[in-house]
Design a binder for this molecule. Structure first.
Ligand code: GTP
Ligand code: SPV
Ligand code: MN
Length: 593
């Protein structure tokens, strides 16, 4: 399929190490994919769902100990330890290759090695990049088909001589959690992943390449790889404003990216278009503005919580050619179910671990039929609101960038940075409660700068510096920066803001600020809307202007505590923390009095 000697040599080396019985080159053809689906169904790796109700849909169950990313087993291996920085696990590349080689040695014996060429980004886009993943998992091949532009065309893009491709080697091996490693060698363009079969650990185009390796490439090449959704808001006059937003894992990116505006907005003619739901690659264009592409081709979305009301477009996207992982099955008709899909858990249910249970009883006793991090892998073209610009090789111009997270108290509903560097400060000090997207405790507040804590492939202090420098390059064409929080709670722990489609009301203020049409009031932490400028038409029974005031309130004592936390966090970065951010922290301290 390719004459590229760099590719052929590397595939030979990996085959010599892993010793597969057979090597299959994935061309992306429907015949080949069909044969792989049939094979996976016959071995039980995949389960065929109801082909009338869910055409082309398959089900997969992972090992019980393999249901999320494993941050404590994820490594960035640079020659110098300092280049990985204080937020990453590090090991010397030589030592790590030496440690993992015996694990990979013979790991594919009795199995097939699949060679998957793929493009992150539209094929031929100047922002796109090629990767090759070697894997012994059909599940990975079928997911990569949905999530990337996979097959022979990717090789055409690479050409016969280029060495500029990311080398991903994956073996599920024995799915042994004690020997599970997700390892990045940014200086070698290489990723080695072993003993997992869960999405974020094994779909190497996604977090491993498109964020960890790409963030490193972006720093060296003058662009940015960010954990951001991209959406377009079309106003009644036909003008579309593009915004990108970084929220930590399982904090609402897919939901915001596919938002359906409230009725009042729809009646006026507002529309929201999805460009991406998880990752953005951003680069200054010829006109000096920042342009973004979504390097992915599908959505690997959180299933629980997705329903007709919360995210109609995501649900629609999963109705054909979708892979479901670790949700529940309705045994009566071989359809799928997850928590809050509807109020009727199937009576004859198969819960995510594979046990047959009475769904309503199981749920009534506090059981979860679907794993909280169960996921759907759905093609982007299925999405009713996919943007006409989705495949535009040039990307879309970004007018605003939004940071946000889960904060029960401190962060207000929305505020705007005074300028770019202040915005970088806001992003760098983001904090959020942890979720089921990664193994470990859930609900603990941690700092997650730009939602990139688990995904930055180099020293986070240098990453902040890169952000500052991108702002200098973009000058007055830089996007305006905002922070949002949909997750403020009342004294009973209930979310105050309705969220989901109603987040349009906040986006509305943001795009009008960008256009210079909306007022703001200055607070110690940045600009906020006047409470009456958040449109609450249609939700007056839930929300009034006093509640908006409460949602926008800035508690000075809490923020003084926040400043202490930021000092502590920043102290990790030593002299690699940009002076501009120290200065921003001083300004915040002064403004708080
Ligand atoms: P990753 O794919 O892990 O990066 O997650 P994500 O950021 O795309 O999160 P997603 O949109 O899948 O949402 C995760 C969870 O947050 C789901 O259970 C949603 O129901 C919930 N959620 C999303 N938006 C809102 C909101 O506006 N308000 C509230 N209360 N919950 C929300
Ligand atoms: C996330 O955890 O941010 C995800 C899912 O989007 S994963 O692909 O597992 O990283
Ligand atoms: Mn994500």
């Amino acid at each position: 399929m390719t004459k590229n000697q760099n590719v052929l040599k590397w595939v030979d080396e990996c085959a010599a190490l892993t010793k597969p019985d057979k090597i299959v080159w994935i061309d992306g053809s429907e015949e080949q994919l069909k044969a792989l689906r049939d094979e996976a169904i016959s071995t039980g790796e995949m389960i065929e769902l109801n082909q009338e109700k869910l055409p082309g849909c398959l089900y997969h169950r992972t090992a019980e100990n393999d249901v999320a990313r494993v941050e404590d087993r994820t490594f960035i291996c640079t020659k110098n330890k300092e280049d990985a920085g204080p937020t990453n696990n590090w090991s010397d590349p030589k030592d790590m290759y030496a440690k993992l080689s015996p694990l990979f040695d013979g790991a594919m014996k009795g199995r097939t090695m699949y060679v998957i060429p793929y493009s992150m980004g539209p094929i031929g886009s100047p922002l796109a990049k090629v990767g090759i993943e070697l894997t012994d998992s059909i599940y990975v091949v079928l997911n990569m088909d949905i999530m990337t532009r996979m097959g022979e065309d990717a090789f055409k893009n690479l050409g016969d001589t280029s060495n500029d491709f990311v080398r991903g080697l994956h073996s599920k091996a024995n799915v042994d959690p004690e020997n599970r490693y997700i390892v990045h060698f940014p200086e070698d363009n290489t990723i080695w992943s072993i003993n997992s079969a869960y999405g974020g650990n094994v779909l190497l185009g996604k977090k491993c390449f498109a964020l960890r390796i790409a963030s490193f490439q972006g720093k060296n090449e003058g662009w940015m790889a960010e954990h951001m959704l991209i959406l377009g808001i079309e106003k009644p006059n036909g003008e579309t404003t593009y915004v990108s937003a970084a929220f930590p894992s399982a904090c609402g990116k897919t939901n915001l990216a596919m938002l359906i505006p409230p009725e009042g907005y729809r009646n006026k003619g507002y529309k929201v278009w999805t460009v991406g739901d998880d990752i953005a690659w951003l680069k200054p264009g010829a006109d000096g503005r920042l342009y973004a592409i979504n390097p992915e081709n599908g959505f690997f979305g959180v299933a629980p919580g997705t329903n007709e009301k919360s995210n109609f477009n995501a649900l629609e996207s999963t109705k054909k050619n979708t892979i479901f992982t670790n949700v529940a099955i309705n045994k009566d008709d071989m359809t799928v179910w997850w928590e809050s899909l509807d109020k009727n858990p199937p009576v004859n249910a198969i819960e995510w671990k594979g046990a047959e249970v009475n769904g309503p009883d199981y749920v009534a006793n506090g059981g979860k039929l679907a794993h909280p991090n169960s996921r759907f892998t759905a093609p982007a073209i299925n999405c009713p609101c996919v943007s006409a610009e989705f495949n535009n090789p040039a990307g879309v111009p970004i007018s605003a960038m939004i940071f946000g997270g889960r904060r029960a108290k401190t962060a207000p509903l929305v505020y705007q940075a005074r300028d770019w560097n202040h915005g970088v400060f806001i992003g760098s000090t983001m904090a959020s409660e942890t979720t089921a997207a990664a193994a470990g405790a859930v609900g603990v507040v941690r700092r997650d700068p730009m939602a990139m804590l688990p995904f930055c492939g180099y020293h986070m202090g240098d990453y902040f510096k890169h952000w500052i420098e991108m702002g200098e390059k973009l000058g007055d064409k830089a996007p305006k920066i905002f922070h949002v929080n949909w997750f403020r709670t009342d004294d009973n722990g209930k979310f105050i803001w309705p969220g989901f489609g109603d987040n349009m009301r906040v986006l509305d203020w943001i795009i009008e600020r960008v256009a210079g049409n909306a007022d703001a009031v200055e607070t110690p932490i940045g600009y906020e809307p006047k409470p009456e400028d958040i449109n609450i038409n249609g939700i007056e029974d839930e929300i009034n202007v006093d509640i908006i005031k409460e949602l926008l309130s800035v508690d000075i004592d809490l923020w003084k505590e926040e400043v202490k936390g930021i000092h502590e966090f920043y102290s990790k970065f030593g002299d690699r923390l940009p002076a501009e951010l120290k200065e921003q922290l001083d300004i915040l301290e002064k403004k708080l009095g």
